[in-house]
Design a protein. Structure first.
Length: 246
């Protein structure tokens, strides 16, 4: 599918999704008298899915007093990244106010649309793990991807195969991309300027350091006198120029 057609499809999808949400959640509204708080489980194939599909659970939590828990089905195929991704996921869920569970000690492996046919014994174990969570928590609502929701197993993102610094190198070759990064956000707490030490912010800072260029978001906050520049090598020239009064 051509890129423009794919982007148009996603814009239409997001527009329909936003229309379904209606008014934003009212953080100050007490649950309605007839509300019966329940427990919602989000079976998320990947970390970040809890944020992508979490709008309805967030409204249930804030407006009806529901408890929401994210169930990490997988934590990725890279064994070295599973524990860091679990920590990042817990941080994200903490911001949303969601509980955080995982299937197995490190999430499930080989969860694909053909696993049941290729590895029936493994698939049975996967089903048993999910059934055990359902039996323990007995949720009133379960959310999970399905074949018609535009995210049956994964959202294809070409930057996933790039390191942070490689993504920054790419951004430097695209018109307006570095300028746009001055208004992008990574911090889990959503605060500006980004001074927290959460995993996402730390990885972003390391990426710009390895790329040897300052983060436009940090430079923007510094120019607005909201924060000091980091004392890392990629900000050295800016610091020198500032001392010279350039």
């Amino acid at each position: 599918m051509p890129l423009e057609a794919d982007l148009a499809r996603w814009r239409e999808h997001l527009t329909r999704f936003a229309a379904l949400l209606g008014n934003p959640p009212d953080r100050h509204a007490a649950p309605a008298p007839e509300a019966r708080p329940g427990h919602c489980l989000i079976f998320a194939p990947h970390p970040d899915d809890e944020c992508i599909v979490g709008a309805l659970p967030l409204r249930l939590q804030q407006e009806a007093g529901w408890r929401v828990s994210n169930v990490a089905v997988t934590l990725g195929s890279n064994a070295e990244r599973r524990e860091p991704r679990w920590a990042e996921l817990q941080d994200a869920c903490a911001v949303l106010g969601f509980g955080c569970l995982r299937l197995g000690s490190e999430g499930l492996l080989d969860v694909r649309d053909d696993t049941a046919e290729r590895e029936p014994a493994l698939w049975d174990r996967h089903v048993e793990a999910a059934a055990a969570v359902l039996a323990e928590h007995r949720p009133a609502l379960v959310l999970a991807p399905h074949a018609l929701d535009d995210n049956p197993f994964t959202i294809v993102t070409p930057l996933m195969d790039l390191t942070k610094s490689e993504s920054i190198y790419l951004a430097q070759t695209l018109d307006g991309c570095m300028e746009a990064l001055a208004y992008s956000h990574t911090a889990y707490d959503g605060k500006y300027p980004p001074t927290s030490k959460d995993h996402a912010s730390t990885l972003r800072a390391q990426g710009f350091l390895e790329a040897g260029v300052p983060d436009p978001l940090v430079v923007r906050a510094w120019k607005e006198k909201r924060m000091d520049l980091p004392e890392t090598e990629n900000y050295r020239q800016l610091l020198v120029d500032a001392l010279r009064g350039d």
